[in-house]
Design a binder for this molecule. Structure first.
Ligand SMILES: [Zn+2]
Length: 406
């Protein structure tokens, strides 16, 4: 197995808490000059096969077969985007344009995408999915989760999961995105379908089960029934919780030991306390608030309470059509009270926690060699230079994938 050293790294983000005092769960985190990022200056990373085998100061790096000069730039773990909806067809340009222009718009929201997705061929759906994955990879995302939820029939939901599973291990069954239009008058019948025949068809293709727990989607009792049924089939829960209003989603996520409660925009003190006392990660999705001109989630409040926070894109054609984790980092720093270091941690190690993974989101021996070189000396530039394509090169599983070798 050949080995490669990436050396001459100005700032290396390891996310190894032992390298710096403080931890992401510390309430003083970020305020005393301490970083959660386990930073190493003048650093090197050694890769063997698909794994990191060594990190440290460049001058101490062991001999290797190959050498890459990072040119005094920053290196960090590939982004872990733990929340996206990439199996869909069509787009919702008109809906976005109307919303941003202050004009009324009465089309069907998610239902518009459901109609287009059902009408698409497998090849069309997969081509769309791979296009967005390539786009995300160019922006540094090396691990991603994605969901069904635009089929809402047994056949269309299981098809979406089969297609997603060709591209990632982190596949989520979201048959409970909204009540399928055919069941508009019989939501209980739809819950019975999701927990019965649809779950039977979908469980073999997914790792996770998710519910949109919100007024107009599924209430707390329905969400509990769906997540509990999924868990009985070996799927682990995650929840779309407290996005548009206060509600039971976060408490339910904690009760069921969900890996993640996603959105967390409208939280009571009891919700924050519940998260702080649990393993459930609060996944914040600022692309959604940006694209709907909604109130920002308060990341500072969560971090100060000791909650583990992840940052993800929520990439979907309706409410957050961005695949850019760097963009979400910039928003989180500018508008959600996160320090640049906290935001970078949340988009890497935080995303890994939200997927209950310890083999990604860090650059320490044993982790996958998923990393990116920034065209900047420090990861702070991700927020300092918003909108600038700073990702210069990406390695995934020990191979350079962006720009592709010629
Ligand atoms: Zn979502």
């Amino acid at each position: 197995m050949s080995s490669t050293v990436i050396s001459n790294i100005a700032t290396l983000v390891t996310n190894d808490p032992s390298l710096e005092p403080g931890s992401p769960r510390s309430s003083k985190f970020g305020s005393g000059g301490r970083s959660p990022l386990g930073l190493v200056r003048d650093a090197a990373v050694v890769i063997e096969g698909d794994r990191v085998v060594w990190t440290g100061e460049s001058s101490k790096a062991p001999a290797t077969d190959n050498r890459v000069d990072a040119g005094g730039r920053a290196v960090l773990p590939g982004f872990v985007d733990s929340h996206s909806h990439l199996v869909f067809a069509g787009d919702r340009t008109e809906e976005f344009n109307a919303r941003m222009s202050g004009r009324p718009y009465s089309a069907g929201g998610i239902r518009t995408t459901v109609t287009a997705t059902r009408a698409a061929t497998d090849a069309e759906l997969e081509a769309n999915l791979t296009r967005f994955l390539a786009e995300a990879l160019r922006q540094g995302t090396t691990t991603f989760e994605t969901k069904s939820g635009y089929g809402l029939t047994t056949e269309d939901e299981s098809r979406a999961l089969r297609l997603a599973a060709r591209h990632t291990d982190e596949v989520t069954f979201l048959g409970a995105h909204i009540v399928a239009p055919e069941y508009a008058e019989d939501p209980a019948g739809y819950v019975a379908l999701v927990t019965g025949e649809m779950l039977d068809a979908c469980a073999p293709h997914a790792r996770w089960i998710d519910v949109f727990c919100e007024k107009g989607a599924f209430d707390g009792d329905q969400a509990r029934a769906i997540l509990t049924a999924g868990r009985a089939r070996g799927l682990h829960p995650r929840v779309h919780a407290n996005q548009l209003s206060y509600g039971p989603g976060v408490q339910l996520a904690v009760e069921l030991d969900a890996a993640s409660a996603d959105h967390c925009t409208h939280l009571t003190d009891a919700d924050v306390d519940a998260l702080a006392g649990s393993r459930t990660v609060a996944t914040l999705l600022p692309g959604a608030e940006f694209s709907t001109r909604a109130e920002w989630p308060d990341a500072r409040r969560l971090l100060d309470a000791g909650v583990t926070v992840a940052l993800s894109t929520d990439c979907n054609p309706g409410s957050s059509f961005t695949s850019s984790v760097p963009f979400c980092i910039a928003l989180a720093v500018r508008d959600m009270g996160m320090t640049p270091d906290e935001a970078v941690w949340s988009a890497t190690a935080g995303g890994a926690r939200a997927l209950r993974r310890d083999d990604v989101g860090r650059l320490t021996p044993g982790a996958y060699a998923d990393l990116l070189i920034l065209d900047a000396p420090s990861p702070v530039h991700l927020a300092y230079r918003p909108g600038v394509p700073l990702v210069r090169a990406v390695w995934r599983r020990g191979r350079r994938v962006e720009p592709r070798p010629v």
